[in-house]
Design a protein around this ligand. Structure first.
Ligand code: ADP
Ligand code: MG
Length: 390
């Protein structure tokens, strides 16, 4: 669907819900992370790219301090909230509306002059697939409010407000990667982000020009383990940093990894976490070096090594993700890895142009033979970040 079609469709749906045309229409994309997993809460490096899939918001300001929210992708009709009553924590708005309500709350908490609004959303980002539909929803809301109220904030600031909303209002302790990807990615590039100082660089990721394709395999599973495991990994990384006397694991140089691991000899769990984070940051730097040299194909083995590290050291893979990666590589993929939080969600698979079908069939057949839910496979094209459509 083109931006124009998406904008028209969303504006029409807004009109049907609220009985008037919207003041504007905005979009923010889902993302996949090419490399740099679980590094974003260790002050480390990440490298996401935006998908062509977007969450589109049609919106108008309201003068009366009321926030009305409606999504074509959610049941339950229009959610109506009084912005003065928005509070984070246990009494926070329940369900999907917490994400956009959290944006308004975070803006007001930061002292920004925002008021009420009517918003309607349409989305092509699969939810809960590790493709960050939550950040797309947050960032498109932040951008719409930014424009409606003339706040003049830049995209990075909007991303930080979105992270604040998800952490403090929704209650998900995520890092800054997803929101930055949704806000700041550009067409044809992967986004290098240093999550300590938020410096970023658009790294050319010319798949088509190199005769390559990037597939996303959505395993369509999300194992219960996920939420508690995220908190446990995060706490384990903090424990590792304390034990090594550094501010964050980002501060353990790759060259000093062997001695760091020696010092953690009596804590094998933390040892694995540290080894993953330190080698993963190094892999991000290696991937950038390859892409800068125009050697896109050469990132394949780094992706696959990253998967092994997430599986064996960080221990957040699952049978479906392992099968997707192993089967894809055996079927001739250049490289493959799980992407996102883990315990389900999606894998990324780098393939030679022309091999998409064979690799997709191999993975689908393997899932069927294993008795797994059929995966959903699509091609990822590095796409634009958040933008105003109308
Ligand atoms: P992910 O971000 O990987 O897709 P999350 O669990 O972080 O998974 O976020 C998914 C949640 O975000 C959904 O359960 C829903 O509450 C909310 N959400 C995302 N997109 C939409 C949408 N277009 N409409 C309504 N809710 C949405
Ligand atoms: Mg999310």
């Amino acid at each position: 669907m083109s931006d124009h079609e998406a904008a028209t469709r969303t504006a029409e749906a807004f009109h049907a819900v609220y009985g008037a045309a919207p003041a504007g229409v905005w979009a923010a994309p889902g993302r996949v992370n090419l490399i740099g997993e679980h590094t974003d809460y260790n002050d480390g490096f990440v490298m996401p790219l935006a998908l062509p899939h977007t969450t589109v918001a049609a919106a108008s300001a309201r003068p009366d301090g009321v926030l009305r929210l409606h999504s074509g992708g959610a049941d339950g009709g229009v959610v109506e909230l009084v912005i003065d009553d928005l509070r984070p924590g246990p009494v926070a708005t329940a369900g999907w509306a917490a994400y956009p309500a959290g944006i308004l709350w975070a803006m007001r908490e930061a002292g920004l002059p925002v008021g009420g609004a009517d918003l309607h959303y349409e989305s092509t980002v699969p939810t809960g697939a590790g493709l960050s539909s939550s950040a797309a929803l947050e960032v498109v809301t932040a951008l719409a409010l930014n424009d409606l109220y003339g706040l003049g904030l830049d995209l990075q600031r909007l991303a930080r407000l979105a992270q604040r909303a998800e952490n403090a209002f929704v209650g998900v302790p995520c890092g800054i990667m997803d929101q930055t990807a949704a806000a700041c990615c550009t067409d044809g590039h992967a986004l290098f982000l240093d999550t300590r100082d938020l410096t970023r660089r658009q790294v050319p990721f010319d798949l088509a020009g190199e005769g390559l394709r990037l597939l996303v395999v959505d395993t369509c599973v999300k194992h219960e383990l996920g939420d508690g495991a995220y908190a446990a990994r995060r706490a384990g990384c903090e424990r590792g940093a304390r034990a090594l006397g550094v501010r964050a694991l980002r501060d353990v140089p790759y060259a000093h990894l062997p001695e760091a691991l020696d010092r953690l000899a009596d804590d094998p769990v933390v040892r694995g976490l540290v080894r993953h984070i330190v080698t993963e940051n190094h892999r991000v730097e290696e991937v950038i070096a390859r892409l800068d040299a125009g050697e896109t194909r050469a990132i394949g083995p780094l992706l696959t090594a990253g998967h092994a590290s997430l599986r064996d050291d960080f221990r957040i893979s699952c049978a479906e993700l392992d099968l997707a990666v192993d089967t894809a590589v055996a079927a001739g993929a250049v490289g493959a890895r799980m992407t996102g939080g883990g315990f389900g969600g999606s894998a990324v698979v780098l393939v030679e142009e022309g091999d998409e079908k064979a690799v997709t069939t191999a993975v689908t057949d393997a899932f069927e033979a294993a008795g797994f839910v059929p995966p959903r496979v699509f091609t990822a094209v590095p796409s634009a970040g958040a933008r105003r459509l109308v």
